[in-house]
Write a protein that binds this ligand. Sequence first.
Ligand SMILES: NC(=O)c1ccc[n+]([C@@H]2O[C@H](COP(=O)([O-])OP(=O)(O)OC[C@H]3O[C@@H](n4cnc5c(N)ncnc54)[C@H](O)[C@@H]3O)[C@@H](O)[C@H]2O)c1
Length: 233
Amino acid sequence: MGTAVITGAGSGMGRATAELYLSRDWNVIAIDVADNPGLESANLQWVKADVRNRAELDSKIAAAVATTGGHIDAVANIAGVFPPTTLETYTEENFNFIFGVNVLGVLNVTAACVPHMQAGSSVVNFASVDGFTVSRGQLLYGASKSAVIMITKSLALELAPKKIRVNGIAPGWVATPGNAATGRMDEAAASIPIGRVAQPSEIAEWVWILTDPTKAGFVDGETIVISGADVMR
Ligand SMILES: NC(=O)c1ccc[n+]([C@@H]2O[C@H](COP(=O)([O-])OP(=O)(O)OC[C@H]3O[C@@H](n4cnc5c(N)ncnc54)[C@H](O)[C@@H]3O)[C@@H](O)[C@H]2O)c1
């Protein structure tokens, strides 16, 4: 049993990841701008915070860690935003929003957690297949996820002397509430070679695998594509 910090735990894959770690008797420090959607456990601390706000994260994570054994074993940077943008529609405001949450957020949470992390612990950053291949209409989102992939490599090098591993996950189509709301899931499934979209719980399982040093102790700086052969790089 350890302690995991999971951002974006209010919905989709973040929620599924929080549920998985709680089901395996870990302490979970869940960080989200949203309220707890109904996760219940004595091992859960719901921390309402914006990943763009480093000072808020520093104090709230330190306070939460102090009540859960004093250290963090796993960090999952899952919070992300994905409004469509093109050269026509981008603005300074939506640039700052997308890069603020998706890129600065990863840096802020990781930096706030590292002082509480020991040798053998690890970080998993959520990128996207859109960070590897172009998704039409996702100009800034794709660029932000490419940044996450490169930040994952750089942080793996920076934190290797502390024996903290940093990896990424690049999901393809996942049956999240946001995707379901688009009404395009059946169409998406038909275009995926393996014939279906992923479930949030199976992506969460990969967070678990990557943060387990007995399974993935030699995997570091890698971003794993999980797309049912939709995107191969
Ligand atoms: N859904 C997909 O198919 C898909 C595919 C590839 C990658 N991704 C990436 O996976 C991650 C999770 O996606 P999802 O679809 O499960 O997301 P989601 O929209 O269901 O949930 C995201 C959560 O992040 C929280 N959040 C947003 N901004 C925040 C902020 N500033 N501070 C703290 N919390 C914040 C939201 O409140 C929400 O609870 C994202 O990084 C996303 O870009 C998703």
